[in-house]
Design a protein around this ligand. Sequence first.
Ligand code: SAM
Length: 365
Amino acid sequence: MLARIETYYLEWQVGSYHIAIYNDAVRSHGKRTRMDMIDPFGRTISYLRVSVTDRCDFRCTYCMAEDMAFLPKKDLLSLEELDRLCTVFVEKGVRKLRLTGGEPLVRKNIMHLVRRIARHLESGALEELTLTTNGSQLSRFAAELADCGVRRINVSLDTLDPEKFRQITRWGNLDKVMDGIDAAQAAGLKVKLNAVALKGFNDAELPEMLRWAHGRGMELTVIETMPMGEIDADRTDQYLPLSLLRAALERQFTLTDISYKTGGPARYVHVAETGGRLGFITPMTHNFCESCNRVRLTCTGTLYMCLGQEDAADLRAPLRASEGNELVAEAIDEAIGRKPKGHDFIIDRRTNRPSVSRHMSVTGG
Ligand code: SAM
């Protein structure tokens, strides 16, 4: 009996020609200026998320504990170092780059980094530069982000009720976020809202949020809470499988599955009553790892190849060891070669430890 080889690939570069063979088919060949990053499961890595700081001006209760110990500032990569790493990734085939955090807009001089990375948009090497933010600082930065070539952003918003907003963020001011969303839309940025679905907190409110978001021309994506980092609350109490949420929404809305894809893990439906799109991100009930195209870089230069696994690669040492980028490029290749098949998040009452010890704020989602 023939053994089945699940996945393999071989690739090499001859001058400016790049040849990749994947499961005995020549997948790509021809004139290429850069070498794609392809992991052991044949997935091309073209998306980098960069957490520029672990600090945040909110403490969302499902994300962080109240008294978090943040990194000493001296441990952070400088903006120049972050730019250098981003540039190496772009040279190695990253086409989409998202800045996140912590809260990316609280990092000092963040617009310096945005402007530096934006040169890759101008050259055409990068297709998209985008941002995930809690919106609290957007009114200050929206116009400049648009000026740098950012076209769309994600704003995390779990409730439209000012008191509940203060409660979930521990002290956030909803008005500031609303002003930020207004400023973003006025600057011409496309805004997508992300809401973590939390049982007994915002599930009853999500139909209203959906109408409100679509009424303002914004997409909404709902996300299942993931077991990352110790928090003060019990995640089992908060966890809401999106299959249940969808069933509840279908009592009020006509939802039709659509094939729309953004390259991310969300699956989308069209909402007949609002004419808008609703996304579902279901890391717990439906694992989406087979199409994962991303890796995550932290503000200390640690590269995580999977959101739901502990394995990581240090890029800071090779970055600082030489002025050239060869050592970093080698370390990235080595790390991509270890990208796992997927995560194994579990939330249940028998497993009361987080699946991964770091908080979401380390990698920014
Ligand atoms: N501060 C920015 C923001 O609020 O969008 C970026 C970082 S924040 C960690 C990124 C996203 O992760 C937010 O949408 C947040 O709601 C989500 N998030 C945080 N902890 C999570 C968890 N345990 N499960 C699912 N989503 C989580």
